[in-house]
Each structure stands twice: as C-alpha cells, then as structure tokens.
Ligand binder design. Structure first.
Ligand SMILES: [Fe+2]
Length: 192
C-alpha cells in the first residue's frame, strides 16, 4: 500500500476501504462515505497540506485510486470566483467535500426526455452554500455546478471510479445545448 504522510488521510483511506468492503445497499453505502469524508474535511493538518496544491484550471489531483475497490479520491482546487460549467458525472457517484474556502452548489433537473439530439432543458432545483466542511452527494446523471466564492477553495472528491474512461454530459444553460464530449479533467498523481 501507498504510504501517506498526513495521518488523517491514511485513516480516511483505511475507513473507505472498510466501508467499500461492507458491500452495503447504495444509499446506505454513500451516506457512510459522506460521513468518512466529513471527518477528513474537519482535519486541520489535511487543510494545511492542501494549501501547497496549485490552483490550475482543468486539473484534478489524483490522491488515491483504490486497486481493490476501484474508487478514486481527487483534489479540486478552484481559483478565486471560478464557476464550473453545468455538467454531470454520467453513471458514477461522487461524494464532494469542501476542505478549504467556501463554495456554492447548484443542482439542476432535466425537464426534457433527451429525444432531441444535442438539446437539453434544465431547471434549477436547488442551490446552497457549501462552506468549509460541507459534504454533498452527487448521484449519477444529476446536472450540477460548483462555484468558488471569492477566495481560492479546495474540494476532495470520492468517486465510484477513476474519471477519464467515460463521457460526461455538459450543459449550456444559455443556448440549451448539451454534449457528451467531456471525459473529465486532466489527472495529476499527487502524494498526500
Ligand atoms: Fe461535478
């Protein structure tokens, strides 16, 4: 196994592996992962570590990819006021926790039936503050967007699989256009 220098991150990975090995029903499983990520996002040493990470657009840091259970842990660093495009994560699950700074989350509902190629009608379903320590569950196919609020922010993702190998949908709210050419961000392996 990989050695991690931040004790809370080692505990986090151990706890995730235990959780994945339980093979719980879907909802219970991801609620458990949310709790485990909440504990990590409360750790000061982890927060300090993340301050070294560069804020670069289009990049996700690869912090862990689990060889036994397939799950992926990433780090997303948002430049001040960065607004992500509206997108989904295809068939995968993501647990998304704010480790540092403050974000705002927007969740959309797709109103059309997908029968018109390249077109989608979205409705804003919910939006909410995501301060340091806030953890959200992003189920499959749910369009959403995260905004950085003012300062640089850092989020930790736990994904059901490593991004890159599957297409994700992107949505243009202004034009109503959608495409599935997006294959996730560039992954940069980063030791913790
Ligand atoms: Fe996302």
């Amino acid at each position: 196994m990989t050695e991690y220098t931040v004790p809370a991150f080692k505990t986090f990975i151990d706890d995730l592996r235990t959780q994945f090995a339980k093979d719980l029903p879907e909802t219970e499983h991801w609620e458990g992962v949310r709790g485990i990520l909440k504990t990590l996002c409360a750790d000061e040493q982890m927060r300090e570590k993340s301050k070294d990470w560069p804020a670069k657009r289009g990049v996700e840091l690869q912090l862990h990819h689990d060889s036994d259970h397939g799950f992926f842990v990433g780090g997303l660093i948002r430049q001040p006021n960065h607004r992500a495009n509206v997108h989904d994560h295809a068939h995968t699950w993501t647990i998304y926790g704010v480790l540092d700074g403050e974000e705002r989350t927007h969740v959309y509902k797709r109103l059309d039936d997908g029968s018109e190629d390249g077109k989608a009608t979205l409705e804003l379903l919910a939006q909410g503050d995501a301060p340091t320590g806030h953890v959200d569950i992003v189920p499959p196919w749910v369009p959403h967007s995260e905004w950085g609020m003012g300062e640089r922010s850092v989020a930790i993702t736990v994904r059901s699989q490593r991004p890159g190998g599957y297409a994700q949908n992107r949505f243009n709210l202004k034009t109503g256009e959608t495409d599935n050419n997006h294959r996730g961000l560039e992954l940069i392996p980063t030791p913790v």
